[in-house]
Design a protein around this ligand. Sequence first.
Ligand code: 2BA
Length: 108
Amino acid sequence: MKMLIAIVQDQDLDALQDELTEKGFRITNLASTGGFLRAGNSTILIGVEEEKVKECLKIIEENCKSREITTSVLSVTMPGDAYIPFPMEVLVGGATVFILDVVEFIRM
Ligand code: 2BA
């Protein structure tokens, strides 16, 4: 068994959850925050049998879009502790996926 940890944008979450559950995948959704943009995103845990990993990745790919976001979250520090917002374009997503081996899976 594998554990897929998928970090996705909130805008893609509903469609992705719907399709994954419809196709029989079991998922847990955690609210998370990106370290760079400091904006909300969603982390989905999906425990998957090895032979279904490809199908799961395909569903994630089809439902998660890349978006260009303009952020002013970065700031330039000036002498005297003044912060000047520094806008920049950042391409976010589709999805960031980690695939881990599961040593043991127990459901009681
Ligand atoms: P954030 O950390 O908020 O990053 C949002 C987007 O900002 C990233 O999109 C990337 O395009 C850019 N970015 C992130 N760190 C950067 C840096 N140090 N310098 C320049 N640009 C940077 P994605 O790569 O699609 O990542 C989307 C979200 O996925 C991230 O949100 C973070 O929550 C998660 N993520 C991505 N890679 C990760 C990793 N290696 N480990 C843990 N979480 C990760």
